[in-house]
Structure formats: structure tokens, C-alpha cells
Design a binder for this molecule. Structure first.
Ligand code: FAD
Length: 372
């Protein structure tokens, strides 16, 4: 079989690798000038720069953790972001360090009592929370909400918390321990030498031909005619020329700066949780590798959320009921009108996948496609 894979992100690369392993010829086309999709990292001053935002690999899926280790060794990085609220520093996720700094409480029992007191201070009556503000207040009370949730969430979504549906915040992780590890998964780390090598190794086969700077939509009909099967990891609504309507995405704008200092912020990820600072996060890349790289240089990236319009990078699907309903219609259309196309990955399946989930989904597709 002759496969065309559209997109060289983790989904496309995993599929191409597995298909070539089974003796199939694969052409991978990628519209960007590099492979690896949003996990792309580039070395600058000996530092691996996460070009499309901070990427931390974390999973509970042991087979996926073992699988990805074929392509890279991982360090023992643990995600411990901090929040900066107008110059006040708090640990995340909300834990005993956060509560101690906020209220001076020392024991879990004191913290629990304080949170109950905070929740009781907001009188929502018996009604279900109607928006993010009411939801967050009912979960953690006003101090945590006002300093650590409100501004960040409003910047992230570009709307007032009172106008955002409550389901966006189903729960707010509150921990009554002094553990700053953001994730609960047993496996976590960053590939030593960056993420790009993972995709490069996956695509390094005589049976795989990679074409960069090549957009599927420039020759859609020819591609569909010339290949037995197409694996499409771009936007499913764009594939169908938005004929049922546009799915909603959130986009981001990154500003990266090289600085002549060794250590700018002392942590890889700092969230700015006030409403006035226009960016949500500042990433200092060298800390993902424990300060590796040039001692007199550092690279920081500021992350600004923005609305998505045609032509922007669609970083996040917005999986609300309306969009999921529209996606289901596109999926139905795909089944009827695009039998030889497999839609995969974050954009093809319109799912807020993490890296481990994308690998798992690609491997599932491989099993369905090759029956082994
Ligand atoms: P992508 O990486 O988006 O790859 C799709 C590729 O297809 C792209 O290279 C694109 O250029 C190409 N393409 C699209 N349309 C066309 C076309 N018409 N023609 C040719 N090529 C096309 N996951 C984690 O596990 N941990 C994290 O910490 C984490 N942080 C993240 C932070 C940010 C800011 C973002 C945006 C995502 C984060 N993720 C994280 C998720 C992770 O990036 C994704 O799970 C993963 O990259 C998805 O892989 P993919 O192959 O589905 O999509």
C-alpha cells in the first residue's frame, strides 16, 4: 500500500514509522519548514527551545512510556510551575505551600478549615454554578479564585469568567500536601536533547519520504487520487472546506527573547495570574534540562492566548458541546465521503490530546489498519 501522511506531528510520525516497519511506502507532507508539529524543539545556545510552548511528557500509560523511550532518553524533570500574581509568588497546583503563603496555615486540617470558611463566605444558595466564576468560588472560595484562577482563565479564553460556562472548570485540583508536582502520573520527563529527535528517528527510513513546505490543500484532489490511503492530521473542518461550519479553536502568539543572563526566573514555567499582564505564561527553556546550555545566556518565551481566525495556528480545539456536535457531523461526513482517509491527531480528531494520548491513538489506528 502507498500511504500519504499529511502532517509530521506525533500522530503522523508514529503512523508513518509503524507503516514503514510493516513494509509500506509512506510519503509525509508537512506545510511547515520542519518536522515534529507542535512538539518541535530547536537548539539555541545549547538550550532546547520548545518553539510551540512548554511540552512536558507525562503519562500513566506504561506501554506508551516504554514506546517513546525507543526514540529518546528522558530526564527526571517534574513539572512544578509557579504563579506570579502581581509579584506575589505561589506554588501550583494549589497545595499546602500555596495555602501557607495565602493564609499562614501550617497543617492540612487548618487548610481544610480555611477553605471551608472561604467557600461559606460566598453565598451561592442552592443553585448550580452558572459560570466559571461561580464554579470556582464554590470549589475554592474567593482568595484562591481572585489571585490564582480569575485573571489567568479570562486571558486564556479571552472572555470574562462570568461569561464562561461552568464546565470549563469541572474541578480545581486542591492538594493537602507540600508536594509541588503538578501531575499525578507515575511517569514524567523531558527527552534529553529535545523532542525533534523523536520524530526524526521515527521518519528515518528508506520507505519514508518527507516533503517539507508542502500544503495538502495545494493539490488535494491529486493526492487523493495518487495514494491508496491518506492519513490526515490537519483540521477536519478545513478538509471539507468548512462546509458544515467552522469548528472553534484557540490560538497562541509566542514571543521569544534571548537574554544575556544565566537565570532569568528560576523556574521553567511561571504563570501570570493577574488580569493586567497580557501573557499567561513565561517559559525559561534551560530549566527543562536543569540549567543546561550557555551560562551567560537564557531563552525565554512569553505566551499570549488569542482568538483563532482562518490562517492562524489552531493550537487548541474548544471541546464544548456545540463544537463536539459539529465535529460529530464532520466525522459522519468523513465516513460517507472520505473512505480512504484516516483522520488522526489533535486536529483530525478534534480532541485535546496530550502527547501520550496522541501516541496511543496513533497506535490504535495502526492496529485497526494493519490488523497487527
Ligand atoms: P500536531 O503536532 O499539530 O501536528 C500536525 C501537523 O500537521 C503540523 O506539523 C502541521 O503543520 C501539519 N499540517 C496541518 N495541516 C496541514 C496541511 N494542510 N498540509 C500539510 N501539513 C499540515 N502535550 C503534553 O503531553 N504535555 C504538554 O506539556 C503539552 N503542552 C502543550 C502546550 C501547547 C502550547 C500546545 C499547543 C500543546 C501541548 N501539548 C502537550 C499537546 C501536544 O502538542 C499534542 O498532543 C501533539 O503535538 C499533537 O500531535 P499531532 O500530530 O496530533 O498534531
Amino acid at each position: 500500500m502507498n500511504y500519504l501522511v499529511v502532517g509530521s506531528g506525533l500522530f503522523g510520525a508514529t503512523f508513518a514509522y509503524e507503516a514503514a516497519k510493516r513494509g509500506h511506502h509512506v510519503t509525509v507532507i508537512e506545510k511547515r519548514d520542519h518536522v515534529a508539529g507542535n512538539i518541535y524543539t530547536k537548539e539555541v545556545d545549547g538550550i532546547q527551545v520548545h518553539e510551540y510552548g512548554a511540552h512536558i511528557f507525562h503519562t500513566s500509560n506504561k506501554p506508551v512510556w516504554d514506546y517513546v523511550h525507543q526514540f529518546a532518553d528522558f530526564n527526571r524533570y517534574t513539572n512544578t510551575p509557579i504563579a506570579n500574581y502581581n509579584g506575589e509568588i505561589y506554588n501550583m497546583p494549589f497545595n499546602m505551600n500555596t495555602f501557607n503563603k495565602l493564609w499562614g496555615v501550617v497543617t492540612p486540617e487548618e487548610a481544610k478549615a480555611k477553605i471551608e470558611e472561604q467557600k461559606a463566605s460566598v453565598n451561592l444558595g442552592d443553585k448550580e454554578p452558572q459560570n466559571v466564576e461561580e464554579q470556582a468560588l464554590s470549589l475554592v472560595g474567593p482568595d484562591v479564585y481572585n489571585k490564582l484562577v480569575k485573571g489567568y482563565t479570562e486571558k486564556q479564553w479571552g472572555r470574562k469568567a462570568t461569561e464562561l460556562p461552568a464546565f470549563i472548570i469541572r474541578r480545581l485540583p486542591v492538594r493537602f500536601t507540600y508536594n509541588n508536582n503538578y501531575f499525578n502520573d507515575p511517569y514524567q520527563g523531558i527527552p534529553m536533547g529535545g523532542y525533534t529527535q523523536i520524530v526524526e528517528k521515527m521518519l528515518d527510513s528508506d520507505l519514508i519520504d518527507v516533503q517539507l513546505n508542502t500544503d495538502f490543500f495545494d493539490h488535494k484532489e491529486t493526492y487523493l487520487k495518487d495514494y491508496d490511503k491518506v492519513v490526515f492530521t490537519g483540521m477536519i473542518d478545513q478538509f471539507f472546506d468548512y462546509q458544515l461550519g467552522e469548528l472553534e479553536y484557540r490560538s497562541l502568539h509566542f514571543e521569544t527573547e534571548e537574554m544575556d543572563v544565566d537565570n532569568y526566573q528560576g523556574n521553567a514555567v511561571v504563570n501570570y495570574t493577574d488580569a493586567e499582564t497580557p501573557y499567561t505564561r513565561v517559559i525559561e527553556h534551560k530549566h527543562f534540562e536543569f540549567g543546561k546550555g550557555d551560562k551567560n545566556k537564557t531563552i525565554v518565551t512569553r505566551e499570549y492566548p488569542k482568538d483563532w481566525h482562518r490562517g492562524d495556528e489552531p493550537y487548541y480545539p474548544v471541546n464544548n458541546q456545540e463544537n463536539n456536535g459539529l465535529y460529530a457531523q464532520y466525522k459522519e461526513l468523513a465516513e460517507k465521503q472520505a473512505e480512504n482517509v484516516i483522520f488522526g491527531g489533535r486536529l483530525g480528531q478534534y480532541k485535546y490530546y496530550n502527547m501520550d494520548q496522541v501516541i496511543a491513538a496513533a497506535l490504535e489506528t495502526v492496529t485497526t489498519e494493519f490488523k497487527n
